[in-house]
Ligand binder design. Structure first.
Ligand code: MTE
Ligand code: MO
Length: 305
């Protein structure tokens, strides 16, 4: 898919717009900017955005939307933006099922009227040792979990990507087992850093980024952040996840970013930030250690990689 110049927001424009957003929250307490979504903004975003280092710079809209992993559209980094033009993210609904009081097919537009869209600038660290900084728009997954109203027996959540081989050419090949599935433990899923994203840089997600809705779990390797989600299943046991089924010794269920545990074929100690030349050190939990390490207290993270 070709990106129009008008779709590319420069870093400066974006920051100016954010400044504007902040002051309009302060004065009017309302804001219309939400990437075309019918929802209001929330100002507690700054709590999360402040976790970036002074050395973290936003990647450009172009980098973020032309260098992707989305095997449903092919294995190459540019395949997702080249091959996703026939994918139809509208209309969309998400099936909520399993151990919950409110199983339903929830229409995305209706869901977005019930939640508050926030800005979250997060680092994204792929297990292949490249990384980016991405300004997402989205809402805490916990808000959707509240709507589902899980039973106390629900201990994990499994997420499923839509299966549409006619629109997703990669699904016609056996690159992975389809549909792509991923999972989180309930306390990870309800953690305030875990979001469902519907946009980035103020635009609705493009197909290559996981339109219309994808998960973002910033302290885990990127493959946990499953795209184009069509069902969410509440279960009592650790669910299957695509990459850990495919190569269990290389990709664990937890897959927290861990600079001390190397991938069998490469080191996880450093990473290449897209757009930079010098490699940087990878931070424990991708820099979110203070916020999330309590989730893993007492767990051997070499065993539960
Ligand atoms: N359905 C689906 N979700 C997916 C993938 C995929 O191939 N299919 N790739 C994952 C991987 S390996 C990474 S690193 C991130 C990349 O997200 P990005 O392309 O938006 O940077 O998406 C993840 N989500
Ligand atoms: Mo990845």
């Amino acid at each position: 898919m070709k990106i129009l110049p008008s779709e590319i927001t420069s870093y400066t424009n974006y920051l100016n717009r954010r400044k504007f957003i902040k002051s309009s929250i302060a004065t009017a307490g309302f804001l219309g900017f939400s990437g075309g979504l019918e929802a209001n903004h929330n100002s507690n975003q700054d709590v999360y955005n402040d976790q970036l280092d002074e050395n973290d710079f936003l990647n450009s809209y172009e980098d973020i939307t032309t260098y992707n992993n989305f095997y449903e559209f092919g294995m190459g980094k540019s395949d997702p933006y080249k091959n996703s033009g026939n994918f139809k993210p509208k209309p969309w609904s998400i099936k909520l099922e399993g151990l919950i009081n409110n199983p339903q097919d929830i229409d995305l537009e209706k869901l977005l009227q019930k939640v508050t869209i926030e800005d979250r600038v997060y680092r994204l660290r792929c297990v292949e040792a490249w990384s980016m900084v991405i300004p997402w728009q989205g809402f805490p997954l916990s808000e959707l979990i509240k709507i589902a109203d899980p039973l106390s027996s629900a201990k994990f959540i499994q997420f499923v990507t839509v299966f549409r081989p006619d629109e997703m050419p990669g699904q016609k090949k056996r690159l992975l087992s389809w549909p792509y599935v991923e999972g989180l433990r309930m306390d990870e899923a309800t953690h305030p850093l875990t979001i469902l994203s519907t946009g980035l840089y103020g635009h609705d997600l493009l197909n290559q980024s996981g339109a219309p809705i994808r998960l973002v779990v910033p302290w885990k390797y990127g493959f946990k952040s499953i795209k184009s989600i069509s069902s969410i299943r509440f279960v009592d046991k650790q669910p299957e996840a695509t990459w850990s089924m495919m190569a269990p010794s290389e990709y664990g269920f937890y897959s927290n970013v861990n600079n001390l545990v190397d991938h069998p074929r490469w080191s996880q100690g450093t990473e290449r930030r897209i757009g930079e030349f010098k490699r940087r050190k990878t931070l424990p939990f991708n820099g979110y250690e203070e916020e999330v390490s309590y989730l893993y207290k007492g767990m051997d993270l070499r065993k539960y990689y």
